[in-house]
Design a protein. Structure first.
Length: 227
């Protein structure tokens, strides 16, 4: 790993968008491997952010700043990744359930997922069960993240999973859930594949579930130090 790529990881962790953009462009100008810039630079930086968050050194504002810096670098890097045929490790659908317009937590989860090397399709807020079913049926995604920030909208998480099951698509996709009123017990009760209490652990859980060596249905928290 070059010193420049290490500097990219450090700049992401520090949330220095200007440095991230400049360093990524320098790396491309010097013909560095785009996959290495992604994995050892941008993704490594976001994993460090996740570690700092879990240890209580970073909070939501720092995570948001770092995620935005990562996205700035990814925007520059993406054309080179396409040319090099470097593909995301998987695709994730995310959305806030019907009746709920909250999106800050969902957006942060989406940025952390992108920072983990995953392709993210954000369906937005107030998403009906039918819209989720349509998105799952469209194919390509291995994971669905459902969010609810109100106790009054939380039942729509159950309704959405039931709708996916009734459509015969439940075996096609894994489902993780989260949001302020959501608990591990609720996730287990409704048959979700996982639960995460925050964006950092949601990203770790997603990485585990979307790989062949992922978590089993009985494992509801991301393992510490997940790859």
């Amino acid at each position: 790993m070059s010193e420049r790529v290490q500097a990219i990881a450090a700049a992401v962790a520090e949330g220095d968008a200007g440095a991230v953009k400049a360093l990524v462009q320098e790396a491309l100008n010097e013909q560095e491997d785009p996959a290495g810039v992604l994995d050892d630079g941008l993704i490594a930086g976001m994993r460090e952010v996740g570690r700092l968050f879990e240890e209580g050194e970073y909070f939501v504002p720092e995570m948001l700043i770092a995620a935005r810096a990562m996205k700035e670098g990814l925007a520059i890097l993406r054309p080179a990744l396409v040319r090099a045929n470097v593909r995301p490790t998987g695709k994730v659908l995310i959305g806030t359930v019907k009746g709920d317009l909250h999106d800050i937590g969902k957006n942060l989860v989406g940025m952390m997922l992108e920072g983990s090397g995953l392709e993210v399709e954000d369906l937005g807020t107030d998403v009906s069960p039918e819209r989720f079913v349509e998105a799952v049926r469209s194919g390509g995604a291995g994971l669905l993240g459902l969010s609810a920030l109100l106790t009054t909208t939380m039942p729509y998480i159950r309704t959405t999973i039931e709708a996916i099951d009734e459509a015969g698509l439940r075996d096609r996709i894994k489902v993780i859930v989260g949001g302020a009123p959501v608990t591990e017990a609720f996730a287990r009760e409704i048959g979700a594949d996982g639960y995460a209490p925050d964006a950092s652990r949601a990203a770790a859980l997603a990485r585990s579930l979307i790989t062949p060596l992922g978590l089993h249905r009985s494992d509801y928290h991301a393992r510490e130090g997940s790859p």
